[in-house]
Design a protein around this ligand. Structure first.
Ligand SMILES: *Cc1c(COP(=O)(O)O)cnc(C)c1O
Length: 227
């Protein structure tokens, strides 16, 4: 076992506890997702041995391959956090337990049409930048998209997700995300998940009320280079 991995995981978890305490929040209400993208499946095995039960991937092919390879590990929850393409919706649905990146009606419809035995947990990804080319629905479109998704029978709308812009204080950007979270809850009262906070900004996300953190490199170490 990789003791450095165990140390990094413990250090991040201690910081999560501290940030929760400072915010007057119960750390039990926060799910720490370890983002394992670009790393081999063996890293997920090591993380699982350390007690990690939630992992995140941002590419459908990699998610599908790792989930198949680790089929014997039944108590992992796989979160898909990357851009979802409509023609890959069936594969995403087959491999993911939760999809954080629903940002338009077409992808919601495709995930719904892909069916499944159990409802699929989905979050609306909100674009916190001014660049409309970035992933995510614009904040002023959140309520309409939530209404659309709420009506799809095989999806369960759980809340919102966002990545803080690079050129802004994360705490300010996360305030906008909190307003989008409120807009979703006005449509579906129990859609209370807020997926926010990465290696560089998870304490700010906890202060804002994040329920799901997506932390990669602080735990895994640097990602192998891809592409
Ligand atoms: C890679 C990734 C993360 C984790 O990033 P780190 O900075 O390594 O913690 C979180 N969210 C999304 C959407 C990602 O693609």
């Amino acid at each position: 076992m990789d003791t450095a991995l165990a140390d990094r995981l413990a250090a991040v978890d201690a910081r999560i506890q501290d940030a929760a305490r400072s915010a007057g929040r119960d750390p039990a209400g926060i799910t720490r997702i370890v983002v394992t993208k670009f790393h081999p499946a063996s890293l997920v095995i090591d993380l699982h041995a350390l007690g990690v039960r939630d992992v995140g991937e941002n590419r459908q092919q990699e998610l599908t391959a790792k989930r198949a390879e680790l089929d014997g590990i039944r108590d992992l929850t796989w979160h898909f956090i990357g851009q979802a393409q409509t023609n890959k919706a069936r594969a995403v649905r087959a491999a993911a337990d939760a999809v954080h990146s629903v940002d338009r009606e077409r992808i919601a419809d495709a995930l719904d049409a892909a069916g499944g035995d159990a409802p699929l947990d989905v979050l609306l990804q909100v674009n916190l930048t001014d660049d409309t080319g970035r992933g995510g629905v614009a904040p002023d479109g959140v309520e309409a998209l939530a209404t659309h998704v709420a009506a799809l029978p095989s999806l369960r709308l759980r809340g919102v997700m966002a990545v803080a812009p690079l050129d802004e204080e994360p705490a300010r950007a996360f305030e906008r995300l909190r307003r989008s979270a409120d807009a979703v809850r006005a449509v579906v009262a129990d859609a209370v998940w807020i997926s926010a906070g990465m290696t560089g900004d998870f304490p700010e996300a906890i202060a804002m009320g994040a329920t799901h953190l997506r932390i990669g490199s602080a735990i895994t170490g640097p990602r192998p280079v891809r592409d």
